[in-house]
Design a protein around this ligand. Structure first.
Ligand SMILES: Nc1ncnc2c1ncn2[C@@H]1O[C@H](COP(=O)(O)OP(=O)(O)O)[C@@H](O)[C@H]1O
Ligand SMILES: [Mg+2]
Length: 307
């Protein structure tokens, strides 16, 4: 079988020999895939890690629509710099701390999430002042070099006063700890952060833009062709495929991944074992996202009307 799968990357050929169920299971698992925008964003994050400590630390705002891969990038960054225990010194270091913004954007909830992200669990019913100083002390003791706050648009759920307090908290942390802070969120979050005059001039913004019909998309589809454990060569490098993918997903990374996963699973189940432009048209294809179903349904109706 292996020699039949020359269309796949060498590391993926063995995968194609597995049973249908094993291949489907593999397809459903999360794995990091190197994407141009994601790698560029990671590079910016890495830069912050080695930034010398000075009066005003630069900060980074990573923004883009839901599903563009922000959390994937931040978690990847966290995984590349996980906590280390130095046995001789008896010290744990945690160079990168990634915190999810709590649904209730209060300072108490925020510091609680921050302490949880640092595996601190014994802080029930502490007053805010204690929580705040404990969080600061723990960050300093862990030698944290970059603090990452994901989903900061949650702060917009708060009252204007809560939002102000939260933006002050970010400013306070970066001033006090002298470490860069990375915030990730949607366009709304970008506006909220950058309308704060104290934060606007220290946050550089990096945007994740939707995929377009260009070279990068061709490369992405070529990676899928080499990666998906199908036994026959797929035909993804066509303008028809690119247009179908973009119209079904609006170029949102997460939707493209779900779409390709669904279509690959259908190709395994049907025994077709390859993907081409026709694969995107099958009527019984259960598209993974409701939004995609709506788009596909409208397009099918339009094609039927045109026929
Ligand atoms: N670099 C990547 N490698 C693998 N999968 C990715 C990558 N970027 C995005 N994805 C897929 O897209 C989905 C949405 O990404 P996510 O990071 O949650 O988006 P966001 O945080 O911007 O809303 C993920 O669940 C994952 O399946
Ligand atoms: Mg996210």
């Amino acid at each position: 079988m292996t020699d039949l799968c020359e269309h796949l990357f060498p590391a993926c050929r063995e995968q194609a020999e597995f049973s249908d169920e094993a291949r489907i299971d593999w397809l459903r698992r999360d794995r990091w895939i190197s994407l141009p925008q994601a790698e560029a964003a990671l590079g910016r994050l890495e830069d912050l890690l080695t930034y010398p400590q000075r009066g005003r630390m630069p900060c980074l705002l990573l923004f883009g629509s839901t599903g563009m891969g922000k959390s994937e990038i931040l978690n990847r960054f966290g995984e590349l710099h996980t906590a280390q225990y130095d046995k001789r010194a008896g010290l744990t270091t945690m160079p990168v701390v990634v915190v999810q913004m709590p649904p209730q954007p209060t300072e108490e909830e925020f510091y609680t999430e921050l302490l949880l992200a640092m595996n601190y669990a014994e802080f029930n019913l502490m007053p805010l002042r204690t929580l705040r100083s404990l969080a600061r002390r723990t960050l300093a003791e862990f030698g944290t070099k970059v603090l990452v706050l994901d989903e900061i648009d949650k702060m917009l759920a708060g009252s204007p006063r809560q939002q102000r307090i939260f933006l002050n908290t970010i400013r306070f942390l970066t001033n006090d700890l002298r470490i860069p802070i990375v915030c990730a969120g949607t366009e709304d979050a970008r506006i909220a952060v950058l309308t704060d005059p104290n934060l606007a001039d220290r946050f550089a913004a990096v945007e994740l833009t939707p995929w377009r019909n260009d070279h990068a998309l061709r490369q992405l589809l070529a990676s899928f062709a080499g990666l998906l454990p199908l036994r026959s060569p797929s035909d993804l490098d066509t303008s028809a495929v690119r247009q179908r993918v973009l119209s079904l997903t609006a170029g949102v990374t997460g939707r493209i991944f779900r779409l390709m996963e669904t279509i690959a699973i259908a190709a395994i189940r049907s025994g077709r074992e390859m993907i081409d432009a026709d694969s995107f048209d099958e009527d019984d294809l259960l598209l993974p996202l409701v939004s995609m179903q709506v788009i596909a349904g409208t397009q099918r109706a339009m094609r039927r009307r045109a026929a």
